[in-house]
Design a protein around this ligand. Structure first.
Ligand SMILES: *Cc1c(COP(=O)(O)O)cnc(C)c1O
Length: 400
């Protein structure tokens, strides 16, 4: 549960600054706010932390995806490749902009396999969204290489590995654009919240305008007199989110370090079991350690081991059967049941492709997902909790 475990007086102090001025909105009210700009400060701090040119706070990770896709002009008629193992928000965001999600296969890191991308490209493909699932990096360098070869845009969904790196560079900063999520489950939280990342002034400007009704945010005029060149919508982050985010960002490296310590202890215990292998990490040093992924030889053994562990009080997640993280489980997506009765954008005549969501197209995902378990790694783990988990793993292994 990460950052949500550490809410304390640091967050309270930042929020008090807002309550004292009474200005909860990030824009306007120049006199009343007395120089307090929490969202702006949060964006600046994050740009420095990541080493990226532009950061834009928004209402959620989902809206960050929608804003970024809109800024890159991904829309009706386009296909976007995303991994078969993913949180559903990525697929929803693609549909929200009127494009069609295409399911990509996984490699042994359980992230999008760069070597499978070419087999999913059609004349309609416009963008690829690699997702750094469960705390650890996809082979983002290879994915970008394949995408560039085919003139595709890349949007890095880093909702799940905030603060992680790949060969020393921060995740979310590799591609044309990136996003972060700060919802309550994520590595650091603002309750709800997200961020759009880019090094492109043009993509930043388009994101900035779109997320606030087209406002050009001209610093020399009042809000009512600002110019606009496109229509937009409202995905503005508020000052409370910025305030909490500032305090949480200062704790991010500590969160990752403590999770790493706890993960190492559990990994050692599981490593003693001969049937257990581990999720492949292409850069273990960059892992944020939010999850420990491990595999067993086959589906039957995996499900049996999950039961044995559960009986000893050690909880794991079998994401293949989970309702929200594996595309073949999304019966509503497969039925094209979008929120409008016309089933747009699937039925949009501008879309000339023929997308299918068939397990035959993701053979490696089917295999690796069917025999992988994940443990959630906490930031805070008492001696007692640690001892209990170690005993539980040992006892479950005896019955395997
Ligand atoms: C959580 C998540 C999102 C969406 O973030 P919200 O802030 O919850 O809207 C997007 N993509 C992935 C991979 C996520 O895990």
């Amino acid at each position: 549960m990460a950052g949500s475990e550490l809410i304390g007086k640091e967050e309270a102090k930042e929020v008090m600054d807002i309550l004292e001025t009474g200005v909860f909105m990030r824009y306007g009210f120049d006199e009343e706010r007395k120089g307090v700009f929490k969202v702006k400060e949060f964006e600046k701090a994050f740009a420095d932390y990541l080493g990226i040119g532009y950061t834009l706070g928004v209402t959620s990770g989902s809206s960050a995806l929608k804003v970024a896709l809109t800024a890159m002009d991904v829309g009706p008629g386009d296909e976007v490749i995303a991994p078969a193992f993913d949180f559903i928000a990525t697929y929803e965001a693609i549909l929200e902009v009127g494009a069609i999600p295409v399911m990509g296969d996984l490699d042994d890191s359980l992230n999008l396999d760069p070597d499978d991308i070419e087999s999913k490209i059609t004349p309609y493909t416009k963008c690829v969204i690699p997702v750094h699932m469960c705390g650890a990096a996809a082979r983002i360098d290879k994915i970008i290489e394949v995408a560039k070869k085919h003139n595709l845009l890349v949007l890095e969904d880093n909702a799940q590995a905030c603060g992680g790196t790949y060969h020393g560079k921060k995740l979310g900063t590799f591609a044309d654009m990136g996003i972060l999520s700060f919802d309550y489950y994520k590595t650091m939280t603002t309750g709800e919240g997200g961020m759009v990342l880019t090094n492109s002034k043009d993509l930043y400007d388009r994101s900035d305008w779109y997320h606030d009704h087209g406002h050009d945010h001209n610093p020399n005029v009042g809000r009512g007199d600002e110019g606009r060149s496109i229509l937009g919508f409202n995905f503005r982050m508020n000052e409370f989110q910025g305030a909490v985010g500032l305090a949480q960002l200062r704790k991010l490296d500590y969160i990752i370090k403590e999770q790493g310590r706890n993960k190492a202890v559990l990994k050692d215990a599981l490593g003693d079991i001969s049937a257990v292998g581990f999720r492949k990490l292409f850069d273990p040093d960059g892992d944020t350690a939010t999850f420990l992924g491990f595999n067993l030889p086959d589906e039957e053994t995996t499900k049996r081991f999950q039961k044995l562990l559960g009986a000893k009080g050690v909880n794991t997640i079998y994401f293949r059967d989970n309702a929200w993280h594996y595309v073949p489980r999304w019966e509503h997506l497969i039925a094209r049941a979008t929120a409008n009765s016309m089933k747009f954008p699937f039925t949009n005549p501008m879309y000339k492709g023929k997308v299918e969501y068939r397990v035959e197209d993701i053979p490696h995902a089917e295999d690796i997902m069917s025999r992988t378990l994940f443990m959630i790694i906490p930031v805070k783990m008492s001696e007692e909790a640690r001892a209990k988990a170690l005993v539980g793993i040992k006892e479950a292994a005896k019955e395997l």
